[in-house]
Design a protein around this ligand. Structure first.
Ligand SMILES: NC(=O)c1ccc[n+]([C@@H]2O[C@H](COP(=O)([O-])OP(=O)(O)OC[C@H]3O[C@@H](n4cnc5c(N)ncnc54)[C@H](OP(=O)(O)O)[C@@H]3O)[C@@H](O)[C@H]2O)c1
Length: 931
């Protein structure tokens, strides 16, 4: 292997080390000639150490990234090597996976845009993009990098985060609903028990608070496992008995929330409208507004966001009550915390650490690394009871002073056994827990504290006040922190439930109720708005739209004076009452842009919004593209956006919108330079959000009758149509812009497309993983007995196959997958990620689609597709399936094809973490009886 570093001249620095000038195509040619037979090229200059971006030399970075890759690809094409090397583009913290805060190196975003076009124009290079974990040191990235380089799968846009591998998928943006709009408040409801997809937001009535109540406008909700159990209908008898809730429609969700007081009852003096609070022990937190007794309201720690605050109440109050009030944990004591990566577990870890105790933690192995990062030394597997032996070994036979237990079955006696004489056993589990007598029999010396927070609070008025006072002090001083959490917008509520159900999380799952919580992003007459490229087609469209929205001060910039049509529109806008200022200058020249800002500041009201619409095209194939063609097209998009970002970063803007293109989202043959420029803007929008600044990149499709698209020859426009891309009508485009301005996404594509036509244009298009959501649509299974009818209507010989396909679809849907091909006939479903809870959902799903009732242990008894099909066909369905051997064989043949994919899947599937609940549910049959 050889290593190559950037420099001014071409030099061989050592035996296997070269220096090269990124802007010289010839030097790359020379490099390849001197080193024939290269099979893999890994671009690693994008894996930068974290540096301050204040003095970022954006031009140099683009040379070292895009110019290098451009010239490298050209050299490969020209040298026509016998074996064509595979190309990897590696960056770090350039793509957003879990949150915007991961995007720390946006300057390499251009490389991802370029890579997408290379992949299309030169599929033979198998160009793959990999974004490494920004939270790891350079040296720690190596393992995952090597694993990727050796992997053979079809994924070409990959990211590594916290040891997990993520792949890019384009998804349809969920329909935005006005979640906390005062005009139309909503509440989460369930249409029917059993399947998480039955959850939906319904309009609700606000309730005036009674004398001692407050109303809270909910901003964020911490999900609890009980929410999932409720949706699945596992607690329905309990709810009927205790709360008189006899149907799914009556049920509400959400036990804790963070938000702002929106109304107070007559006797409430401690809270005022606008106070930021936390609500706990609720039953309807997943609502725009809730009304609750003041007793269940606690002040939100000031420095925490609503999302962070939503992770606190139930977890910390439970852990504080258990460890401090009941067990009275002391410095230097040893405490065993089961399921330590879960919500209560995480709060307990913090409380025990603060108390100076020594922690022994259990968790499933996939979460050990995380626990280690918290400084916990003794970490054991929560999936076996071997922890007991391990603890005795590590403590020289002494054991632990306190156990915080949440597991049941064999875990209870084993945990009791590791207690020191007179130890304390705090039990926060509810189902399958031991009676006091049982504990006494086994360990008479031990103090046993089973409790339920809700009951404790009811029995001890003032307990919440006391606990929250103790905790608030620590939260405000930063001694106790918000738990790690994963946020889902309320529009993705089913994904949030599913995520919790599959126990993929560490800490908490939080639902962000409103994406517009806080000030609405309206356009006002008192502010100024800057539109770069404002004299171009879309810029003028936006200006006109803004004036209709109430803007009165618009700044349009461009390098050249307005043409006649632009002048005419400006006059019309002025007649309509707006002041339109035209400032000429090049956005890619920092001084010229700074000069425009000086003029704006001197003459106009404060700047509140930026629409960055400056851009030029200069198309060509990668192999013919010159670097100057690149710099020309990238200048307004890369330098221009960077300088705009720098010059506005201290302004309190309402929005900062980049007019990007589908070229950087989907690739666009012939537009590598344009895709690179737009790719930078996409990454920058995430980066800005990570800094708490507004940022939005819109990947527009082609606009009708305007600007760049209109300047395309008619022939080209027809080409677009034939590719399945139709034009955006200005009115629809502006509507989209308007709604996106008040939402929280950082990057959204807006384009009318016919997917099957679009995909057809690419060789092997059906296999583009990024678009797989649009290729294999899993049909909806919500129609109750449509499948049963279909099955009955089918020829007997076809039924077996139909049932098999149906089962695979149902399994995929339950696991949240789109692709049924990964489900092998004989593959144990529990290896694919099915667990006791998803098994309940799958059973429910099958019951309704097959129109028959099934045993709760169905999936445990028949844990493969093959076994299920046989059982359902032979023993359950009252339909003739007359067994056809050849059909079964055919199904098995298919399995060979998918074997590779499925074996990998079992590796990446997370094991269930909430051992508390998962183990409780091992005996699903017994559950309802026990509650
Ligand atoms: N139209 C579409 O179908 C479409 C689709 C997807 C994305 N977009 C994006 O939307 C934006 C606007 O497109 P459009 O159709 O309105 O294009 P347009 O009519 O060509 O307008 C672009 C404007 O940007 C100005 N500009 C270019 N480079 C500049 C620089 N360095 N400094 C300052 N101004 C500069 C140009 O004026 P001067 O040359 O006088 O400077 C021009 O008036 C572009 O960024 C484009 O990438 C457009």
């Amino acid at each position: 292997s050889i290593r190559v570093s950037p420099g001014d001249t071409y030099e061989k620095l050592a035996q296997q080390h070269y220096q090269i000038n990124p802007t010289s195509r010839e030097q790359f040619q020379k490099l390849l000639e001197e080193n024939p037979g290269i099979t893999q090229i890994v671009y690693l200059w994008g894996v930068q150490e974290l540096k301050s971006k204040d003095n970022l030399e954006i031009q140099t970075v683009q040379e070292q990234s895009c110019a290098t890759v451009l010239h490298l690809v050209q050299a490969i094409i020209n040298s026509k090597p016998e074996t064509i090397p595979k190309l990897w583009l590696v960056t770090r913290g350039t793509q957003r996976v879990i949150s915007d805060s991961e995007v720390i190196n946006p300057e390499y975003g251009s490389l991802w845009g370029l890579g997408r076009v290379i992949a299309q124009e030169h599929p033979e290079l198998g160009c793959k993009r990999l974004d490494c974990d920004p939270n790891l040191e350079q040296t720690q990235i190596l393992d995952s990098l090597v694993a990727e380089l050796l992997s053979e799968d079809v994924e070409d846009q990959i990211a590594i985060r916290q040891g997990s591998r993520y792949v890019a998928r384009l998804v349809q943006k969920p329909q935005q609903k006005p979640i906390t709009s005062a005009d139309q408040p909503v509440q989460l409801k369930l249409s029917e028990y059993g399947v998480i997809d039955n959850l939906n937001w319904q309009p609700m009535q606000r309730k005036t608070p009674l004398a001692n109540e407050v109303e809270i406008e909910v901003a964020a909700v911490g999900l609890n496992f009980r929410d999932v159990l409720n949706a699945l209908g596992l607690l329905k008898d309990y709810y009927a008995e205790h709360f008189n809730i006899t149907s799914a429609e009556q049920l509400t969700f959400g036990f804790e929330c963070a938000g702002k007081i929106s109304a107070v009852g007559e006797q409430v003096s401690q809270w005022q409208v606008g106070d930021e609070v936390i609500g706990l022990l609720l039953h309807d937190g997943l609502s725009s507004f809730i009304t609750t007794s003041v007793e269940y309201v606690v002040a939100k720690p000031k420095q925490m966001s609503f999302n962070e605050a939503a992770t606190l109440p139930l977890t910390f109050l439970t852990a504080q009550y258990g460890l401090q009030h009941l067990a009275k944990i002391q410095p230097g004591e040893r405490v065993l915390i089961h399921a330590a990566a879960g919500g209560v577990g995480q709060a307990a870890v913090q409380i025990a650490q603060l108390a100076g105790a020594e922690i022994f933690a259990t968790a499933s192995p996939s979460k050990w690394e995380f626990l280690q990062s918290l400084g916990i030394k003794h970490i054991m597997n929560s999936r076996t009871v071997a922890f007991a032996e391990e603890i005795m070994k590590r403590t020289a036979g002494e054991g632990v002073d306190v156990v915080l237990n949440s597991l049941n079955g064999e875990y209870i006696p084993q945990s009791l056994a590791v207690l020191t004489p007179k130890g304390r056993f705090v039990e926060i589990g509810k189902i399958g827990i031991w009676e006091k007598e049982q504990v006494k029999e086994k360990r008479p010396d031990v103090s046993y504290f089973p409790f339920d927070l809700q009951e404790a609070v009811q029995q001890q008025p003032g307990l919440i006040g006391q606990l929250s006072e103790e905790l608030t002090q620590q939260w405000n001083q930063g001694k106790l922190k918000a738990l790690p959490h994963k946020i889902f917008p309320s529009t993705e509520i089913t994904a949030a439930f599913r995520y919790l159900q599959q126990a993929k999380h560490i800490g908490k799952v939080v639902v962000e109720m409103s994406q517009t919580f806080g000030e609405p992003k309206s356009i006002t007459a008192e502010a100024s708005y800057l539109i770069t490229g404002g004299l171009g087609a879309l810029g003028l469209e936006v200006a006109q739209w803004m004036v209709t929205q109430g803007a009165r001060n618009i700044v349009l910039t461009g390098r050249r004076a307005p043409k006649e049509t632009a002048q005419k529109i400006i006059e019309e806008l002025e007649t309509a009452g707006a002041t339109v200022s035209v400032f000429l200058g090049d956005v890619s020249q920092r001084e010229e842009l700074a000069n425009i800002f000086q003029q704006m500041q001197a003459l106009l009201p404060p700047l509140k919004g930026v629409i960055h619409s400056a851009g030029v095209l200069d198309d060509g194939l990668v192999q013919n593209m010159s670097w100057s063609q690149f710099t020309k097209v990238m200048a307004p998009k890369v330098q221009g956006t960077w300088y705009l970002h720098q010059l506005t970063k201290d302004f309190p803007l309402d929005f900062f919108v980049c007019f990007s293109s589908i070229a950087s989202m989907l690739g666009s043959p012939g537009q590598s330079n344009y895709a690179a420029g737009n790719g930078f803007m996409d990454a920058l929008a995430h980066y800005r959000r990570s800094m708490g600044l507004p940022g939005l990149s819109i990947n527009w499709g082609v606009w009708a009758s305007a600007g760049m698209a209109a300047s395309l020859a008619v022939q080209n426009q027809q080409r677009m149509e034939s590719m399945g891309l139709s034009a955006i009508e200005p009115e629809r485009g502006m509507q989209a812009l308007g709604s996106l301005l008040s939402e929280s996404q950082s990057q959204v594509g807006v384009f009318p497309v016919n997917w099957s036509q679009f995909i057809r244009q690419f060789p092997g298009g059906q296999k583009i993983p990024f678009l797989s959501d649009f290729i294999s649509q899993v049909p909806s299974l919500t129609q109750k007995s449509a499948f049963r009818e279909e099955l009955e209507a089918a020829m007997v010989s076809d039924r077996h196959k139909l049932l098999t396909t149906h089962l695979r679809l149902a399994i995929a849907k339950t696991l949240g997958w789109k692709d049924t091909q990964k489900i092998g006939m004989r593959q144990p479903l529990f290896d694919l990620g099915l667990d006791s809870l998803t098994a309940v959902e799958l059973k429910n799903r099958l019951e309704s689609s097959l129109g028959t009732s099934l045993s709760s242990t169905l999936l445990f008894d028949y844990p493969t597709v093959e076994a299920l099909v046989e059982y359902l066909a032979n023993d359950v369905m009252p339909i003739d399936f007359s067994s056809h051997l050849d059909q079964t064989e055919k199904a098995l043949d298919e399995e060979d094809v998918v074997a590779d994919g499925s074996s990998q899947l079992s590796d990446i599937t997370e094991l269930s973490e909430i051992e508390l609940e998962a183990s409780v549910l091992q005996e699903i049959e017994a559950l309802e009886k026990l509650i």
